[in-house]
Design a protein around this ligand. Structure first.
Ligand SMILES: C[S@@+](CC[C@H](N)C(=O)[O-])C[C@H]1O[C@@H](n2cnc3c(N)ncnc32)[C@H](O)[C@@H]1O
Length: 330
């Protein structure tokens, strides 16, 4: 699986927390308020759930250091109850730059390292690793710019990622790339500019009448059989495409995977809306729960990989839903 990508350094003031201890994987979930955020990711004063995963004993020690010192709260913490934190403490963490949200809309901060737990009144957040350049910038007050682009740049970033990942030779085969749910045609335009033949398939295309690429104003449903069985140019284009992509393709997300599997071509999608009421039949393979959240939907799509194949995941550097699920280039 390639790149979980960029990391950011953040600090939080814990409000309360819960400790989930188990032999296999222990988890500390801290309900916290952000103190120092990161541009385009999380702002100061935003609430978040900070997830810290460590071996059992390390987590117990860490949790005790955040605890209001009373015998009762120690017992409650050991029992896995919600406990109040000592709000004079601060916690500084290195976390994944890609911040997801749970069903309730809470920001989930997935920690890679806890850099320090600090007492109120300390002069500065003391780094655990003094050689860490990013951290030194952080404590010396220089602006730390995360390598994250604005959402409007997503089509360009996606098109460049497609070319880098699959190469022009593969993309130019047959009738070229099929951009499903292409909307205003931005991704198509970037691909055409690099000399790649492209067709936009969208029931509601918004790219003008002469955009420089073919438009099929139809939806993609199920596995696209209604399109591939046609005896016309539309059927020919879809049957012979080299690659299928979809940037936030809404209802077409699952059909892209089904069509790509049936045609045996590569694909790359960035899922966005889950639409559980429109697709109530979707259940998670692992435990049969309905697919309601974004992360459950991504897992559902990953589970669609045929036997002996694994779909891959990457994250693109822009704000918003930036997780790519894709078929390995070779
Ligand atoms: C959120 S927009 C994304 C547009 C574009 N890819 C972007 O990122 O700017 C979703 C697009 O999906 C299209 N769409 C919805 N259902 C579709 C389907 N079944 N097949 C193809 N496109 C569909 C809509 O018309 C709309 O243009």
């Amino acid at each position: 699986m390639s790149g979980d990508g960029a990391t950011i350094i953040l600090s939080f003031q814990p409000n309360h927390f819960k400790l989930f201890l188990s032999k296999k994987s222990s988890l500390l979930v801290i309900n916290a308020k952000c103190i120092n955020g990161a541009k385009n990711r999380i702002k100061s004063k935003n609430a978040a759930l900070v997830h810290i995963r460590h071996p059992k004993d390390v987590l117990s020690k860490m949790a005790s250091s955040l605890l209001l010192q009373s015998a009762d709260s120690l017992q409650d913490m050991k029992k896995g109850c919600k406990v109040e934190a000592d709000t004079t403490k601060k916690i500084v963490v290195r976390a994944r730059a890609n911040i997801e949200r749970n069903r309730k809309g809470d920001r989930l901060i997935e920690c890679i390292d806890v850099l320090c737990v600090q007492e109120d009144g300390d002069a500065t957040y003391l780094p655990v690793d003094n050689d860490d350049e990013e951290y030194c910038e952080y404590i010396t007050g220089k602006t730390y710019e995360n390598p994250i682009s604005l959402k409007v740049e997503r089509s360009k970033i996606f098109a460049e990622w497609i070319i880098d990942t699959y190469g022009k030779e593969l993309l130019c085969r047959g009738t070229g790339v099929l951009d499903v749910a292409g909307g205003n045609g931005e991704t198509c335009r970037h691909l055409v500019a690099k000399g790649i033949p492209v067709t936009l398939l969208d029931p509601n295309p918004r790219c003008g009448s002469n955009p420089g690429f073919t438009i099929i104003p139809h939806p993609l449903n199920c596995d696209g059989s209604d399109l591939t069985s046609r005896n016309d140019n539309i059927g020919n284009i879809v049957r012979n495409c080299s690659f299928i992509c979809g940037l936030h393709p809404d209802q077409a997300t699952e059909p892209i995977v089904s069509l790509a599997e049936r045609l045996n071509v590569k694909f790359a999608i960035l899922p966005c809306c889950v639409m559980p009421s429109l697709f109530p039949h979707r259940v998670q393979r692992k435990h049969g729960d309905p697919v309601r959240s974004y992360s459950a939907f991504c897992q559902y799509l990953l589970d669609m990989a045929p036997e002996k194949e694994e779909f891959l995941v990457d994250h693109l550097p822009f704000v918003g839903r930036n997780k790519v699920i894709y078929r390995a280039p070779s």
